[in-house]
Design a protein around this ligand. Structure first.
Ligand SMILES: [Zn+2]
Length: 260
């Protein structure tokens, strides 16, 4: 490896902070007269609206989290049914787990990806969460006799020290200060589940696209394709979307009907 010294610049050049408004006063004046600024009003408006949306999203997540935790007993009673029903198992519950640690920061249960300028959001799913809670690491006995599930943990990847909190589906009590069950054990299990969650979405999209390609080729070969036809016309989602509110209502109605 060679170390190259660049002596064309002095240390003062390297330490100089970048100018807030690059360019001369003359060009700034010209831009100003043309009504152009480096950050336009439209850009500021977009930023404000994005911030407002983020606030609404946060409030909504808090409401959903409360709803989920208030109905954990109902959800556990129907666990097998939820896991077997894709429209239930795939419900976004990214707000259910808060986790993070020293040096590594928060562990995100909601991931954003850009593909060709298109935003794809992959969130922790209800089915994945229920599978995570099957691990002994994420369970603790409650004094009421119920089995509480861990919804928060933090700690240090260096010392392995950890602190966690759990909620009991039966008595709704929050158990604080669950100490030293190994930060790595929590993180390892959560990350494994989150990667499996991402894989599930990616595989589903890939499978739907492969299907679109084969449908397209079939129609073209049969000369059944109209002039505007393209592979994109055969690309469809799975059409099995549901939200937490609807699922809880459906499960409650089901239990009510069974009691009659
Ligand atoms: Zn309890």
């Amino acid at each position: 490896m060679a170390i190259i010294f660049d002596d064309k610049k002095s240390i003062n050049d390297l330490l100089k902070k970048p100018e807030i408004h690059p360019g001369s006063f003359a060009s700034l004046y010209k831009r100003h007269n043309a009504g152009l600024t480096l950050v336009s009003h439209d850009m500021e408006q977009e930023k404000r609206e994005q911030e407002e949306l983020a606030k609404i999203y946060e409030t909504r997540s808090e409401r959903k989290k409360k709803l989920l935790f208030d109905n954990l007993d109902l959800i556990f009673r129907h666990k097998d049914e939820i896991l077997e029903t894709p429209r239930y198992a795939n419900i976004d519950v990214h707000y259910a787990i808060k986790a993070g640690g020293c040096y590594i920061g928060p562990i995100s249960t909601s991931k954003y990806y850009h593909f060709a300028g298109t935003l794809v959001n992959i969130n922790l799913k209800l089915g994945t969460l229920l599978e995570l809670w099957e691990n002994e690491q994420f369970k603790i006995s409650c004094k009421c006799g119920g089995m509480a599930v861990i919804h928060y943990f933090s700690g240090s990847p260096l010392s392995g020290a950890s602190i966690a909190a759990a909620i009991c589906p039966k008595c709704k009590e929050i158990i604080h200060n669950i100490r030293n069950r190994g930060f790595g054990n929590y993180t390892g299990l959560l990350l494994t589940k989150l990667y499996a969650n991402t894989e599930k979405v990616a595989k589903s999209i890939t499978a739907k696209w492969k299907l679109a390609e084969s449908e397209y080729e079939k129609k073209v070969a049969e000369r059944k394709a109209p002039i505007w036809y393209g592979m994109g016309a055969e690309f469809h989602g799975d059409g099995e979307s549901c939200n937490l509110e609807t699922m809880i209502n459906e499960l409650k109605l089901k239990e009510f009907d069974q009691q009659q």
